[in-house]
Design a protein around this ligand. Structure first.
Ligand code: NAD
Length: 496
């Protein structure tokens, strides 16, 4: 018996009306566990109508009331974080500790958003002209939507709804249909925290639902996180329809290892960042660029570590890497191992040979050496536990590889030379840079976003830029009746 997952509209679970559903699997067992409703345009209309109806009351709620709801949500989620982690593991496959990490990093965005009374402060210029004051305020946009990927079913939605709601918007979330349940628990907890009905809605679905969101005239802004082709499509279609859009896409993150690096530290980092969450992170390291004599030592140190990576059901406490999200995705990732070897890469460790038995969507860890930029295994975002190594002679060649890559999400350099690290930070074309840090996801009080094909739009997500994205500025020029300064003057207003 599988459970039915419906939408969450106007503060309650709401069955879909489209008649379309999609199966949800436990990737560790390969079993179907649920059936999720897929929204049609009519379901989106109902959700947006609920969000629109709640908008006036919510934007009028005081800053401290909005902040208080977020504080309450934080406490409730802390109390139930094990439950949410288990839900994530059961539908996504990542190990429990990783799911807990995702929740913790997501909560940092909720914590940041509790500071909304400070974050929404405007500016004030007294006496801009005689008797005239000028001040700026930031106001919410109205109904805003978020469309999120499968790989962080709790954290990425928190990147969006926490600042959006804090700023006084109402929200329609369209999470990934592959792991929809985390959003439903989020909705329940927000209601329990005191959020008025209609302020946060969840509609499940696929392209049909996304298209209805892109076309709905009452949605003012859309945040998207997912793969590059869909990010581009959402940005182009959403902006054509007059919406403000930030669309974060895929990645091919390089980690450069210079000859002077601490090789043991670099190998630990490469294994953690390459295979954590089975490589299904947009900030995962997928290409190692080994400079000069670093290569042989690095390959040796990684090889030593790989047999110890414990692949298994994410619910088992000793598992370090779970399965991939779907059977199709596992097969696609596995096909890249074949392709790499056909293209001339040297497959040092083949994950197809070490996948645990059973019906789960498992793949072991794969290491490929001698990967070159023309190969598909270099060019494509594989999004699985496959780490490639490219060998170059100089730092300059390594930087050129990164800068010529069409993606520009995260990048890392491993070195002991502060001068080189500083030069690298200056000249590298990527949005998030790590110096001896392999997954440089910015803390919540900075903003997250890549360059080039990793982001469409001009504002990064969450942090200060998130507040900017979910608000619009207004400038008020004001004068109060004062007999001393009042006279008829048909000239253009002067400030002096
Ligand atoms: P995806 O692009 O397949 O799906 C993302 C969202 O778009 C989902 O909600 C999905 O239902 C919807 N969607 C899928 N196909 C669509 C279509 N044809 N038209 C309209 N909407 C569609 O991505 P995914 O597989 O869920 O997630 C993995 C991808 O997300 C990777 O490329 C990864 O790099 C990227 N990602 C990027 C970031 C970032 O911050 N840049 C973060 C996490 C994930």
């Amino acid at each position: 018996m599988t459970t039915r997952i419906s939408h969450w509209i106007d503060g309650r679970p709401t069955p879909g009306t489209s008649g379309r559903t999609s199966p949800v699997f436990n990737p560790a067992t390969g079993q179907q566990t649920a059936e999720v409703d897929l929204a049609g345009a009519d379901d989106i209309k109902v959700a947006v109508a609920s969000a629109a109806a709640a908008a006036e009351q919510w934007r009028s709620a005081s800053l401290s009331k909005r902040s208080a709801v977020l504080f309450a949500f934080r406490e409730l989620l802390h109390a139930r974080s094990d439950e949410l982690a288990a839900i994530i593991t059961a539908e996504h496959g990542k190990v429990l500790s990783d799911a807990a990490g995702e929740i913790a990093r997501g909560l940092e965005n909720v914590e940041f958003a509790t500071g909304v009374p400070h974050l929404m402060k405007g500016g004030f210029s007294e006496q801009a002209a005689t008797g005239v004051d000028v001040y700026s305020i930031r106001q919410p946009l109205g109904v805003v939507a978020g469309i999120t990927p499968f790989n962080f079913p709790a954290m990425v939605p928190m990147w969006m709804w926490a600042p959006a709601i804090a700023c006084g918007n109402t929200f329609v979330l369209k999470p990934s249909e592959k792991d929809p349940s985390a959003s439903m628990l989020t909705a329940e907890l927000l209601k329990e925290a005191g959020l008025p009905d209609g302020v946060f809605n969840v509609v499940h679905g696929d392209k049909v639902a996304v298209d209805a969101v892109l076309e709905h005239p009452d949605i003012a802004a859309i945040s998207f996180v997912g793969s590059t082709p869909i990010a581009r499509y959402v940005y182009e279609t959403g902006t054509k329809n007059g919406k403000r859009v930030q669309a974060l896409g895929g990645a091919k993150n390089h980690m450069i290892v210079l000859p002077d690096a601490d090789i043991e530290m670099a190998a630990d980092a490469a294994v953690s960042a390459g295979y954590g969450s089975a490589g299904e992170r947009c900030m995962a390291v997928s290409m190692l660029v080994a400079v000069g004599h670093a290569a042989d030592d690095l390959v040796g140190a990684i090889q030593e570590r790989l047999p110890k990576v414990k692949v298994g059901n994410g619910l088992e406490p000793d598992s370090e890497m779970g399965p991939l999200v779907t059977r199709e995705h596992r097969d696609k990732v596995a096909s890249y191992i074949e392709k790499g070897s056909e293209e001339g890469a040297k497959v040092i460790t083949d994950g197809r040979e070490t996948a645990p038995d059973g019906n789960g969507f498992f793949l072991g860890v794969t290491l490929m050496d001698e990967v070159t930029p023309e190969m598909d295994v270099y060019k494509d975002e594989i999004f699985g536990p496959v780490l490639g190594i490219t060998r170059v002679d100089t730092y300059e060649e390594a930087v050129r590889l990164v800068n010529e890559n069409p993606y520009g999400n995260g990048v890392a350099i491993f070195t002991r030379d502060g001068g080189v690290a500083r030069q690298f930070q200056f000249e590298v074309n990527a949005g998030m840079v790590g110096v001896n840090v392999p997954i440089p996801v910015p803390v919540a009080y900075y903003s997250f976003g890549g360059w080039k094909n990793s982001l469409f739009g001009d504002l990064h997500i969450y942090g200060p830029e998130g507040i900017q994205f979910y608000t619009q500025g207004k400038v008020v020029t004001s004068r109060w009746p004062d007999p001393a300064t009042s006279k008829v003057d048909l000239g253009f207003p002067q400030t002096r």
